[in-house]
Each structure stands twice: as C-alpha cells, then as structure tokens.
Design a protein. Structure first.
Length: 116
C-alpha cells in the first residue's frame, strides 16, 4: 500500500496550493479518504474527509469555505485545494485512507508553509 502526497511548499498569506495524494495497493474507489495536518508542537488534526463516491464531504471549522477536498477514482487520487491560506495553516499535511476491506493507511506527509 502506498499513499504519496505532493504539492506542498512555501506560499504567501492569501495564496493557494493544491495537494495531491496518489494511492495504490488497495481499492481506492471504496475507501473514505481524509486529509490531516500537524503543526509543530500540536496534535494531528482532521482537515477534511470525502466518502468513496465523492458525494459527501466534511471539513474542520477552521478551513470551511477556504479548502475543498475532491477525488478522482479513475486516477486513484485525492486532492485538497487550499485557498486564502493563513500562517496558521502551516503544517505537515497527511493523506489517510480508510479502506472498506482492510485497514487504515497513511502517507508520509507534505510540508505546507504560509509565510511572507
């Protein structure tokens, strides 16, 4: 099983980034997918979740209206579009899969830094 995040980097406040998480080794199309983040000295927190069909999404209050989670089941990829970024969004962002059959899988993380 592999979850490979990409798209992180340094961005100025107010800017945008799009994270991607490419999945392999399990049945992506029946898995719930989530993005988490962990800032230095803080616990890992849930940012957004999308169900297997993409028909329902949920967000942390801190990112509602700014972040959008989506998925492409043909490409086995989940995305996180992040707009209006704030310094407090700085964290390592992780992709998580909860497979219908199997277990829970995590990616290695990608760093997002919001700073002027």
């Amino acid at each position: 099983v592999q979850l490979v995040e990409s798209g992180g980097g340094l961005v100025q406040p107010g800017g945008s980034l799009r994270l991607s998480c490419a999945a392999s080794g399990f049945t992506f199309s029946t898995s719930y997918m989530s993005w988490y983040r962990q800032a230095p000295g803080k616990e890992r927190e849930l940012v957004a979740t999308i169900i297997s069909t993409g028909g329902y999404t949920d967000y942390a209050d801190s990112v509602k209206g700014r972040f959008t989670i989506s998925r492409d089941n043909d490409k086995n990829t989940v995305y996180l579009q992040m707009n209006s970024l704030k310094p407090e969004d700085t964290a390592v962002y992780y992709c998580k899969a909860r497979a219908l059959v199997g277990g829970v899988y995590w990616g290695q993380g990608t760093q997002v830094t919001v700073s002027s």
